[in-house]
Design a binder for this molecule. Structure first.
Ligand code: UDP
Ligand code: MN
Length: 480
């Protein structure tokens, strides 16, 4: 011991030795802490360089302090999470998707030429009821191999099974794709899934079990302590229908939604079969989606009076959520309206129902809840019509849990009373339970816009434009 002291620079006397011992311990401690810090920084850097790290999938674990804490302890994790949000390359951690056998799976490379769209989709559109581009948990895991081979073979379609119909959406841009292609299987991804709190509902349990099994396995192959979480999922229900403006509307809305993280876009067309052109447009936009059809019942189509537009579409969306969603928030976003994306970040965290003003293109100017002393005291709208909730479709959102606690809630086929009927069907709902967004309804973040209706494009003169690009373009036009 004494030797050590003197070696460490101590003098002969006892006090001096103690002093120098103290100094030495301090020095070693400092070196140790410094080394540990450097190691942690280097490791975090290493992790941040890993492909896939930015495109984590995590099921939201309640809005709790742990969500925030998971970011706080690691600034680099925070950066990565933000990155993943801004690129929106996270597949949604939704629940199981078990669509019918008539569904197809397709991932179209962004470079797909129009000539190959129909081929790529492998359609016979007549047989299609649903098209998906979402990553659901069970299939994310079970198609890992497909995913890898798909990317190895240079992108192209990822094969889907006949019964399970989900396409893995891992890339929103060619750049992202390039990154993912070099990645080993989604170890990180499955790790995150493994950390998901298990809340298996009866119907989900089988799929959930297989997820867990795979996750455990993956956890062994590549453990990691990166803490990345996701905000509550958003389910955006968009009714759409065939008309010349359809692709423009969907493109505009789609790219708005692309700025929003952890979102599943339920695009539901008032038609008997899906349109490959719509599927192609949705693929290209790259927002996780589920494309379904829900035709308006014949009796309403025939009527000369006002039609209940988009009602069967929205009810189909509600039905989908009852089957597949467990948490998060639903919002009806008509394909022709205009949305400030900050409303999505506000509606994510609601507990029951939320409302906010909607800009109109009428002389009323706005449809809004009336707030006095912080309380909802009434509604301002150009037409009240005896409605309990005279609000616009673009002006409210509902928690999925709240919806599911009301098994009968749905939208009535009653023109003018769609919002009111749906909100009434959510009873019991006290006015004090309605959360007021958009700066307590002092701001306008959504607008009920209307696109001018246009006549369909005339038929192309095929003789004149034979063997020109117009032959391709013509296939992209929607005619009734
Ligand atoms: N819509 C539909 N089928 C129709 C007409 C409309 O599915 O026959 C959809 C449309 O795409 C939109 C929503 O229903 O998302 C509301 O329709 P529209 O915009 O025509 O109604 P408005 O906003 O004028 O009340
Ligand atoms: Mn509209």
């Amino acid at each position: 011991m004494k030797l050590t002291y003197s070696n460490l620079g101590g003098s002969g006397n006892g006090n001096g030795s103690k002093l120098s011992l103290g100094k030495s311990i301090k020095m070693y401690l400092t070196i140790f802490i410094a080394t540990t810090c450097i190691y942690m920084v280097l490791y975090q850097y290493h992790i941040s360089q890993e492909p896939f790290a930015g495109s984590e999938v995590v099921k939201h674990q309640e809005k709790s302090s742990s969500y925030i804490a998971s970011y706080l302890w690691s600034p680099i994790s925070l950066l990565m999470a933000n990155n993943s949000i801004s690129t929106n390359s996270n597949p949604l951690p939704t629940t199981t998707t078990t669509t019918t056998t008539k569904t197809i799976t397709s991932t179209t490379a962004p470079t797909t030429t129009t000539a190959t769209i129909f081929q790529k989709l492998g359609l016979s559109s007549a047989s299609i009821e649903t098209v998906s581009l979402i990553a659901t948990r069970p299939t994310l895991i079970s198609s890992r191999l497909d995913l890898r081979s798909g990317f190895r073979s240079g992108l192209g379609s990822v094969g889907g099974s006949h019964h399970k119909t989900v396409t893995i959406k891992t890339s929103t841009t060619p750049t992202t794709t390039a990154t993912t292609s070099t990645s080993p299987a989604s170890g990180l991804l499955t790790t995150k899934l493994a950390t998901t709190p298990a809340k298996p509902k009866a119907k989900q349990s089988a799929a959930a079990k297989s997820t867990t099994a795979h996750s455990d396995n993956a956890h062994k192959t590549r453990p990691t302590f990166v803490a990345v979480s996701q905000p509550p999922p958003l389910y955006i229900i968009t009714p759409t229908y065939r008309r010349p403006e359809q692709m423009a509307e969907l493109t505009r809305l789609g790219y708005t939604l692309k700025h929003v993280a952890n979102l599943l876009w339920l695009v539901i067309e008032d038609a008997n079969k899906t349109n490959p052109l719509v599927a192609h447009t949705l693929d290209r936009i790259g927002v996780p989606y589920e494309y379904m059809v829900a035709p308006m019942p014949e009796k309403y189509k025939q009527t000369k009076r006002a039609k209940p537009r988009g009602v069967s579409n929205r009810n189909k969306g509600l039905q989908y959520l009852r089957q597949h969603a467990t948490e998060g928030v639903l919002y009806f976003a008509d394909d022709d309206n205009t949305y400030d994306i900050s409303i999505f970040e506000q509606m994510r965290y609601i507990n029951k129902v939320a409302m906010w003003p909607v800009g109109l293109v009428t002389k009323t100017g706005v449809s809004s809840p009336i707030i006095q002393a912080g309380k909802l005291v009434g509604f301002y709208d150009g037409w009240i019509g005896g409605r309990k909730y005279p609000v616009d479709m673009a002006g409210f959102a509902v928690s999925v849990k709240f919806l599911k606690e009301r098994p009968k809630a749905e939208m009535p086929f009653k023109p003018g009373y769609e919002e009111d009927g749906f909100l009434r069907s959510l009873a019991p709902l006290a006015n004090s339970d309605i959360e007021l967004l958009a700066d307590e309804c002092r701001d306008i973040l959504t607008w009920h816009t209307q696109t001018k209706k246009n006549a369909p494009a005339q038929a192309l003169n095929r003789t004149r434009y034979q063997n020109t690009n117009l032959e391709f373009i013509d296939k992209l036009l929607v005619r009734p």
